[in-house]
Design a protein around this ligand. Structure first.
Ligand SMILES: *[C@@H]1O[C@H](CO)[C@@H](O)[C@H](O)[C@H]1NC(C)=O
Ligand SMILES: *[C@@H]1O[C@H](CO)[C@@H](O)[C@H](O)[C@H]1NC(C)=O
Ligand SMILES: *[C@@H]1O[C@H](CO)[C@@H](O)[C@H](O)[C@H]1NC(C)=O
Ligand SMILES: *[C@@H]1O[C@H](CO)[C@@H](O)[C@H](O)[C@H]1NC(C)=O
Ligand SMILES: *[C@@H]1O[C@H](CO)[C@@H](O)[C@H](O)[C@H]1NC(C)=O
Ligand SMILES: *[C@@H]1O[C@H](CO)[C@@H](O)[C@H](O)[C@H]1NC(C)=O
Length: 328
């Protein structure tokens, strides 16, 4: 009886102890976060970040591992301004950093983040961060997801991203130069995401992209020339391809389309030739835009072809047939 009671008490108290210990926020991590809050001028959105509570349980946008080390920190839409302070590098167990939608946040990506050796996701989207995309990001071996969309980054894309990085969004910045051939090469998975839309990129789409399984690739709104057929072909697994508003110039006649495509946007280029019949085999193709090119010949019909609006095919050289006027 008493043995049972004792062991029951032991069980309950060790459970409570575990609960309590998992509530304790590491002192160094909590001090670092409070320094960040102060550097950002104590924004109202971070009111919950208070020295009197555990950062692991009560602080908005923060979570911890079982040892009370901070693994996730987010400061979103908080009207913070100025540069990201160097203290950001002092959260040694951080896996995911998210500082986004702060249009008055300026300055470069701080070098101190290279100290975050376990960082997997870096999300700095929709701020006003400037400078170049630093090469030191390539030295962060755990990093596999990088979202720097909608900032004021300029210069070339470093040619050092390879290996484990499977998600890159650098869209809506001021990046220039060529797309590096090594970009995302070496990652073998099917889930590769690349968005470089709305920059000032020039040159050609690298031949090496033939070896990358993009499930989503968006190169829209740049100054890219040459051939995009390296992204196409029925053996690919891509579901979304957008290369619109570039200067692409190649013959589409013999190009086939990835079987699982649901969005294909190639409008506003200088693409010539005809549309391959194989496109009628795509069951999932919901969004299609081939307008403003130099295509010619009959629009394939039948099988899975949807009733696309005429705007899908308008402003080409001599495409004809439904939904455009009949071929003569
Ligand atoms: C950015 O700063 C300006 C001027 O200091 C301020 O008026 C504006 O509210 C800030 N933007 C946001 C989104 O808070
Ligand atoms: C953002 O912060 C600035 C200065 O810190 C302040 O003047 C402005 O009112 C704030 N805007 C919003 C939307 O909170
Ligand atoms: C990357 O790491 C290597 C080896 O540790 C070092 O020599 C190099 O300077 C680092 N590069 C950057 C850009 O930090
Ligand atoms: C990619 O996905 C397809 C279909 O889901 C699968 O058959 C194929 O093995 C995958 N390839 C890789 C490299 O994961
Ligand atoms: C490609 O990116 C641009 C800019 O962000 C966006 O407007 C467009 O919808 C994207 N395309 C697809 C297919 O998602
Ligand atoms: C398409 O393929 C056919 C047959 O292989 C070939 O005769 C033709 O020249 C090719 N057209 C283009 C534009 O590559």
């Amino acid at each position: 009886m008493s043995i049972l009671r004792v062991s029951l008490i032991f069980l309950v108290s060790s459970f409570a102890l575990q609960l309590v210990s998992s509530q304790i926020c590491n002192k160094d991590d909590s001090a670092t976060l409070l320094k960040l809050k102060r550097a950002f001028n104590n924004p109202p959105n971070l009111d919950s970040w208070s020295a009197s509570t555990s950062c692991c349980w009560f602080w908005q946008g923060v979570s911890c591992d079982d040892n009370g080390r901070v693994t996730w920190a987010a400061i979103s839409a908080s009207n913070i301004s100025g540069p990201i302070p160097p203290e950001i590098g002092d959260l040694p167990e951080l896996r995911r950093l998210e500082i986004d939608v702060n249009p008055n946040l300026t300055g470069p990506i701080p070098a101190s983040i290279t100290k975050l050796q376990h960082l997997e996701r870096l999300i700095l989207a929709e701020n006003s961060i400037s400078g170049t995309i630093p090469e030191f990001l390539c030295n962060m071996t755990s990093l596999n997801y990088i979202d720097l969309r909608s900032n004021k980054l300029y210069g070339h894309i470093p040619s050092c991203f390879r290996g484990s990085v499977y998600y890159i969004d650098f869209s809506s910045n001021r990046l220039s130069g060529h797309i590096p051939a090594s970009l995302m090469n070496g990652y073998g998975g099917n889930d590769t995401f690349l968005n470089l839309a709305n920059n000032r990129l020039t040159g050609r789409i690298p031949r090496s992209f033939d070896n990358v399984n993009f499930y989503n690739i968006n190169l829209s709104g740049n100054r890219l020339g040459g051939d995009a057929s390296v992204l196409l072909g029925e053996a690919k697994f891509s579901t979304q391809i957008d290369v619109s508003s570039n200067r692409l110039s190649f013959d589409l006649s013999n190009v086939t389309y990835p079987e699982f495509l649901n969005e294909l946007i190639i409008s506003r280029n200088r693409i010539r030739g005809s549309i391959n019949e194989q496109i009628t085999e795509l069951q999932g193709l919901g969004v299609l835009d081939m307008s403003y090119n130099r295509l010619c010949g009959p629009i394939p019909s039948g099988l899975w072809m949807r009733p696309y609006p005429s705007s899908t095919f308008e402003h080409n050289k001599c495409l004809c047939g439904t939904p455009l006027p009949p071929c003569t």
